[in-house]
Design a protein around this ligand. Structure first.
Ligand code: GLU
Length: 325
């Protein structure tokens, strides 16, 4: 048994070398004390060497596919090292399509390897422990960082520099790594695994916009959006509200493309039947917007784009958000 480790770049790979050459996966893992005591060898693969803001859906799905092959060939689990900037999105994308019991664990670092107190080595060790752990099997994709285990579905990057940047505001951490032992405290429920086979070829035809609603928002940039995009996520105020004047604009769009309503607050749900003023969640749902539930705007955009690229129509999108939201 081994752990398959895929290196994608990010802060954990920033070397400080002239020319910006990044650390390889082998160099990243060589710097981790204690990895050799894991009891399983690491099968390290360098896949990308980029800031995570430059990763694409197709690249992430490619890593999932390669990881799937590794598991089919006997790997006990998977570790992905990448930048932290988009970790909450890549993890959720992987989670939606990961079909195996084997843990799919993503990690990274907030501090570069040459900085005092670099957190990359501890994060890689904890991630490898989780990937090798029986306790983490069947939990889908997990983000392991700062000795915490976060379900991909809940995890957020909540700070731009802190080593404690990753939190799960709606649920708390799913587990912790304590004295090297993986303790699962609140296992996330698994949901239907979505099809991904045809997705990479159809991503260009699944463009999803994200509009964050702001005070006195007239929505002018939403005009004609249905001609350029196949879906829209709205990050509304509070529990899913927009200015009254924006409601008919969104309702008209929702007649032509799926429009998913989320909250811009960072945690908590979009409500379903509490407020009824124009622009409220009740009004927007009546106009055809789909309730994003507990998914934040970024994760809702991941799910909507994946669904559209898989060929889902409005009703399938609504059903998927009812389950995953
Ligand atoms: N934290 C950044 C990321 O998410 C690091 C950028 C870089 O690696 O250049 O990738």
């Amino acid at each position: 048994m081994s752990i398959a480790l895929f290196a994608l770049g990010g802060t954990i790979s920033v070397s400080g070398r002239a020319g910006g050459a990044r650390l390889t996966g082998a160099e990243i893992t060589a710097a981790v004390p204690g990895l050799d005591g894991l009891g399983m060898p690491l099968d390290v693969r360098d896949v990308h060497a980029v800031p995570s803001g430059s990763l694409t859906f197709a690249q992430v799905l490619g890593v999932v596919e390669a990881a799937s092959h590794a598991v089919a060939e006997g790997a006990a689990g998977v570790v992905v090292t990448q930048g932290t900037d988009t970790l909450e999105e890549t993890a959720f994308l992987a989670d939606l399509v990961w079909p195996h019991e084997a843990p799919f664990v993503l990690t990274g670092a907030m501090r570069q390897p040459g900085m005092a107190g670099a957190d990359g080595p501890a994060n890689v060790l904890a991630a490898a422990r989780v990937a090798a752990s029986r306790a983490a099997r069947g939990l889908g994709a997990l983000v392991v960082i700062n000795d915490e285990v976060h379900a991909a579905r809940w995890v957020r990057k909540s700070h731009s520099t802190s080593t404690a940047a990753f939190v799960s505001p709606n649920a708390g951490p799913a587990g912790r790594v304590i004295e090297g032992e993986v303790r699962v405290l609140a296992p996330p429920p698994r949901r239907t695994v979505l099809p991904s086979g045809a997705v990479p070829a159809r991503l260009d035809a699944a463009r999803v916009a994200l509009h964050c609603v702001t005070l006195d928002d007239d929505g002018d940039r939403l005009a004609g959006l249905d001609e350029t995009h196949q879906g829209l996520v709205v990050a509304g105020f509070g529990a899913g509200h927009v200015p009254a004047s924006l409601a008919p604009v969104l309702g008209a769009l929702a007649e032509r493309i799926p429009v998913v309503l989320t909250s811009r607050t960072g945690s908590g749900p979009v409500l379903r039947h509490t407020y009824s003023a124009p622009g409220s969640e009740t009004d927007l749902q009546r106009r055809g917007l789909i309730n994003g539930g507990l998914l934040d705007p970024y994760k809702a955009r991941v799910l909507l784009r994946l669904l559209l690229a898989a060929g889902a129509g409005h009703d399938e999108v609504a059903a998927a958000f009812a389950e995953h939201g």
